[in-house]
Ligand binder design. Structure first.
Ligand SMILES: *[C@@H]1O[C@H](CO)[C@@H](O)[C@H](O)[C@H]1NC(C)=O
Ligand SMILES: *[C@@H]1O[C@H](CO)[C@@H](O)[C@H](O)[C@H]1NC(C)=O
Ligand SMILES: *[C@@H]1O[C@H](CO)[C@@H](O)[C@H](O)[C@H]1NC(C)=O
Ligand SMILES: *[C@@H]1O[C@H](CO)[C@@H](O)[C@H](O)[C@H]1NC(C)=O
Ligand SMILES: *[C@@H]1O[C@H](CO)[C@@H](O)[C@H](O)[C@H]1NC(C)=O
Ligand SMILES: *[C@@H]1O[C@H](CO)[C@@H](O)[C@H](O)[C@H]1NC(C)=O
Ligand SMILES: *[C@@H]1O[C@H](CO)[C@@H](O)[C@H](O)[C@H]1NC(C)=O
Ligand SMILES: *[C@@H]1O[C@H](CO)[C@@H](O)[C@H](O)[C@H]1NC(C)=O
Ligand SMILES: *[C@@H]1O[C@H](CO)[C@@H](O)[C@H](O)[C@H]1NC(C)=O
Ligand SMILES: *[C@@H]1O[C@H](CO)[C@@H](O)[C@H](O)[C@H]1NC(C)=O
Ligand SMILES: CC(=O)N[C@H]1CO[C@H](CO)[C@@H](O)[C@@H]1O
Length: 442
């Protein structure tokens, strides 16, 4: 009986092949890209140029004064600036007659000698949207007509530095962006005092000092004040922002507790309070915010236990609680943690996981719990070294790296092994097939 043996081999190989390929497809179907929530920086929707007219009836009809102004700003006007899309989308015009007017102007990578003259700016007061990117020209005096007509102003690595009083004159803004440009002011209240229509506010990497203002424009949907020098507490009045979807206060010097009224931010999706000095516990009221997608509370002094409600937030993709003072048993199971794209809890010395629910292979960066719900102390060899307090959090049985990491990493080695297995089994399969073939043919 010689035949059954190769056949038997063949069957085993086929079985092996099918299981490995099933495993790979399982992984491939897993990642679901979360919806992007980037707010569209909308200057009042640009009217589309009338397409019904014949091209001959609409030559360059931009107001001659504005053509002159563009020339003084080194913007080429040999081609009609009103034809869309303009180079780098630098200009957008309205459709008024007999002359069209600019409603949007984007200056970028300006030459060092660019001079923004008051006269040029005065003739541009039809603009609704004005933005500067990498334009290190001197700060400028703005005609008040232009300050009032703008609904969108953006300044990224430009104009050297801005003052709060200067910014406060843009009272009709719905979108304000200042980034990588120092803002000199005694506080945000100076800037926001009269901007009642503001919807998106970004002042980041701007060395902004002072406190968060008590009164903020109530229609805000987006606040990014990250990487400044803001101090003090979050005023409870901020929780009146019912439309707020995005809040980034990371990398400031804010402190105090996260207000219990935080749960009133009912539209919130992405929030980062990372790298401040917030203390106290994570408020349970956050469980009332149904749409939370991204929660980053890392690098603070938050204490108390990790609330269980996070696992009930259906849309959650990112949860970062690392480097706080949280304690107790992690209240999550593996299926919740695997559902997230990012999960970090390392650097919480007194936090531990239930090893009958979670495996050390997940490399959570925290120790397993003993039966009293306390972290199992690290083995004596590590304990004796004890030169750093955070050492205990590194204990994870099989040498976790420095704390925490994305869970995707663990699938890395598996993939290599899988690929190897598939390769090997196909080679063996081929050999067996050839042997069989030669036997049957010969
Ligand atoms: C919100 O967070 C999600 C998940 O991290 C991310 O994909 C999305 O781009 C974020 N939205 C904004 C506006 O940053
Ligand atoms: C100009 O804007 C349009 C629509 O907003 C966009 O699709 C296009 O990519 C932009 N072009 C450049 C060069 O930025
Ligand atoms: C400005 O310069 C940057 C980097 O040099 C380049 O990537 C970008 O496309 C430039 N933008 C414009 C509008 O010229
Ligand atoms: C801007 O606001 C001022 C005063 O607040 C108002 O008089 C003016 O009509 C507004 N301008 C525009 C273009 O909306
Ligand atoms: C806020 O938004 C609502 C609805 O979009 C609008 O009716 C209201 O006038 C806005 N408030 C301000 C101060 O612009
Ligand atoms: C930021 O502000 C501090 C004072 O608060 C000042 O010493 C420092 O030079 C500023 N940095 C920049 C880049 O403006
Ligand atoms: C908040 O801002 C920081 C720095 O600007 C950035 O690295 C981080 O990704 C932002 N977080 C969220 C949730 O958008
Ligand atoms: C948590 O921090 C708050 C504020 O710092 C403090 O009052 C409280 O005693 C701390 N609670 C625990 C359990 O450490
Ligand atoms: C994991 O926890 C979630 C939320 O608490 C729960 O809905 C789910 O059934 C749990 N899964 C398992 C396998 O226990
Ligand atoms: C760990 O989970 C098991 C099973 O759910 C439970 O019986 C046990 O009490 C838990 N241990 C701790 C320390 O919470
Ligand atoms: C969770 C996981 O490891 N996902 C991987 C599945 O495979 C794709 C490529 O096929 C990777 O990009 C994912 O990271």
């Amino acid at each position: 009986m010689k035949r059954p043996t190769p056949l038997f081999f063949l069957l085993i190989l086929l079985f092996l092949l099918s299981t490995t390929s099933a495993a790979t497809t399982k992984n491939a179907t897993k990642p679901a890209t979360p919806p992007t929530l980037s707010p569209t920086p909308s200057p009042t929707s640009s009217p589309t140029p009338p397409t019904t007219e014949t091209p001959s009836s609409s030559p360059s009809t931009l107001d001659p004064k504005q053509i002159e102004a563009l020339q003084s700003l080194n913007i080429p006007t040999t081609r009609d600036p009103c034809i869309q899309p303009s180079p780098h989308n630098a200009t957008i015009c309205d459709s008024s007659k007999p002359f069209r007017h600019l409603i949007s102007l984007h200056l970028s990578n300006c030459s060092a000698d660019l001079f923004l003259s008051f006269t040029a700016l005065k003739s541009l007061s039809s603009l609704h949207s004005l933005s500067f990117t990498n334009c290190h020209t001197s700060p400028i005096r703005f005609p008040s007509d232009l300050s009032l007509s703008l609904t969108s102003f953006s300044c990224i690595r430009s104009l050297r530095r801005l003052s709060g009083v200067w910014l406060s004159r843009f009272v009709n803004l719905t979108d304000l962006t200042v980034s990588y440009t120092p803002v000199i002011t005694s506080g945000l209240y100076v800037i926001l005092g009269n901007m009642h229509k503001l919807k998106t506010l970004t002042i980041s990497h701007a060395n902004l000092t002072g406190y968060l203002p008590r009164h903020v424009p109530l229609n805000l949907t987006h606040i990014d004040l990250s990487d400044n020098k803001l101090k003090g507490k979050i005023p409870t009045s901020h929780t009146l922002l019912q439309d707020l979807e995005f809040l980034n206060l990371s990398s400031n010097a804010l402190n105090g507790e996260i207000p219990t009224e935080f749960g009133d931010l009912i539209s919130l999706k992405n929030v980062s309070l990372a790298s401040n000095s917030f203390s106290g516990s994570i408020p349970d009221t956050m469980s009332a915010i149904p749409g939370l997608v991204h929660v980053d509370l890392s690098n603070n002094q938050l204490n108390g236990t990790v609330p269980r409600f996070f696992s009930e937030l259906r849309r959650l993709k990112v949860l970062n609680l690392e480097n706080n003072e949280l304690h107790g048993v992690l209240p999550f199971n593996a299926s919740f943690i695997k559902r997230l794209a990012v999960f970090k809890v390392g650097g919480n010395g007194n936090l531990c996981y239930n090893h009958s629910l979670l495996s050390s292979k997940m490399k959570l960066g925290i120790a397993p719990c003993d039966k009293h719900g306390l972290p199992i102390s690290p083995p004596p060899s590590k304990e004796s070294s004890g030169d750093s307090e955070s050492d205990s959090s590194d204990y994870d049985g099989d040498g976790a790296d420095d704390g925490s990491e994305k869970k995707e990493h663990h699938h890395g080695p598996n993939k290599v092994v899988l690929g190897f297995a598939i390769g090997l089994s196909s080679i063996v399969f081929l050999i067996v097939f050839l042997v069989l073939l030669s036997k049957w043919c010969g």
